[in-house]
Structure formats: structure tokens, C-alpha cells
Design a protein around this ligand. Sequence first.
Ligand code: NAP
Length: 252
Amino acid sequence: MTAQHFLVQGASRGIGLAMVTRLLARADITHVYACSRAPQNSSPLQTLASAHPGRLTLLPLDITLEADIVRAAATVGERHERLHGLINCAGVLHDDALSLQPEKRLEQIDASALDASFRVNTFGPMLLARHFFPLLKHDQPARFATLSARVGSISDNAMGGWYSYRASKAAQNQFTRTFAIEARRRAKQLIILALHPGTTDTALSQPFQKNVPEKKLFTTDFVAESLLNIVFNATTEDSGRFIAWDGQDIPW
Ligand SMILES: NC(=O)c1ccc[n+]([C@@H]2O[C@H](COP(=O)([O-])OP(=O)(O)OC[C@H]3O[C@@H](n4cnc5c(N)ncnc54)[C@H](OP(=O)(O)O)[C@@H]3O)[C@@H](O)[C@H]2O)c1
């Protein structure tokens, strides 16, 4: 069996945690790196690490700190020559500590909240790609998938609102598309995808769930399974696509 090493960023909870759980359940995945700002404080991650000794490595990584990303890439590189998948699940929509709330009106735009949003949702995936590219660029199939959101689609925007989240995800999408174009030349086996999970029952969506029809609010396990199916079934022809949980393309 060929070794398959995956890394999940934003693994402490929500969709990222479900991704780690699902990856560990697959016999073809030989090692998983689960990255989070404070993995030592995530009891689900600690439980998984005890259940999968030697197969799961927990790494501290704050996606807003480039030094953390550089350090994590070096740690992975010391252990494994290559990664076969990197899935970025970090994202922020609201955060009291950052005074970040989705804006309903122009007057609610705040420079420091905007900055915080872009640091997590846009600069984060760009810097992950920048520093993990050497581990993803090799002669075996590899995947870089980053969780975006349908509201980041410019052409799909009929409702307005949520300026910082929409703009930071739209910028993430532009990055993903651009990275896929560069990778076509420089890393022919690397498949790059932007993924939309659908509305999922996590802390991120919690304040906005009341108008979501019951069957449209997905569990993290369902979403992780759906998105991993897309990730594993994708070919190099799919690189540069923005795909929803049900396999449908989302217009950029
Ligand atoms: N839930 C939904 O309905 C929905 C819909 C569309 C798109 N999405 C996207 O799906 C992804 C996962 O979301 P989720 O629902 O699983 O959210 P979640 O449960 O709130 O988890 C968010 C993750 O992002 C990381 N993160 C949050 N704030 C951060 C900060 N300030 N600095 C660094 N890292 C930070 C956290 O990492 P730590 O592990 O370090 O805590 C956490 O694991 C996000 O990109 C989100 O935009 C979600």
C-alpha cells in the first residue's frame, strides 16, 4: 500500500474535526496531521490521538501566524518527505474576541474586524499553500482543498450583507483559482479545490440556524464524508473548481 499523509488545518472542532475523524477511519490513510491553535485543549483531538497512536500527530498552528505555518511545515517535512493532502478548514464569520460580526450595513464595517477576517479566511490559506507547497509538489497525486463558502461567489450574490466574510472568501477563491493555474505548470499531480460545505451545524453557523430548514442543516460527519468523497474522486481535470458538498459547481 502506498503511504498517504494528510494534514487538516482547523482540526479542533466543527468540520475540521470531522475530517480528521473520517480520515483516520480510512485504511488507506497512513498518517494524519491535525493542526489547531491549541490542540492540547481539544479533548476530541486528544481522544483521537490516544485511539490512533503513531498515526495522528497534533500540531499547534495558528493560521494567522506565518511563523507557526513555517514551523509546522518544517516539522511535517522532518517526518515525511511528502504530503498527499492538505485540507484547510479554518474560517471565521463571527468572533466576539475579535469584535467581528457579519455586517448588515455599510456603517458596520470596521477596519480591525475586516483585518481579522482576511487574516484567517484569505491570508491563512495563501500562506499555508506558500509554505506547504514543497511537500505537496511531487510525482504522486496530491490534493490541496480549502473550505470556502457559497457567499464568497461574486456572481451568486443576490442577498448582499456579510461584507467582510463574503469579501474574504471571494479573495480566497481568487487565490485558489490562481494557485491552480500555477500548479498546472509546476506541480502537475496537485489537485486544488475550493469547497462549499453547505450550512453545517457548528459554532460558526449557530447564530444563523433558526431560518434553515431542518434537512438543510447538515451534521459535520455528513459534510466531512461528502467533501472527502469529492477530494478523493477529483482528478487533475477538476483542479481549480469551486465545488459544493453535493458535487455541483458554484460559479466564482
Ligand atoms: N458551518 C457552516 O455552515 C459553513 C458554511 C459555509 C462555509 N463554512 C466554512 O467551513 C469552514 C469550517 O467551518 P466550521 O463550520 O467547521 O467552523 P467552526 O466550527 O467555527 O471551526 C472553525 C475553525 O477555524 C479556526 N479558526 C477560527 N477562528 C480562528 C482564528 N481567529 N484564528 C485561527 N484559526 C481560527 C478554528 O481553528 P482552531 O482549531 O485553531 O480553533 C476552527 O477549527 C470555514 O472555512 C467556514 O467558513 C462553514
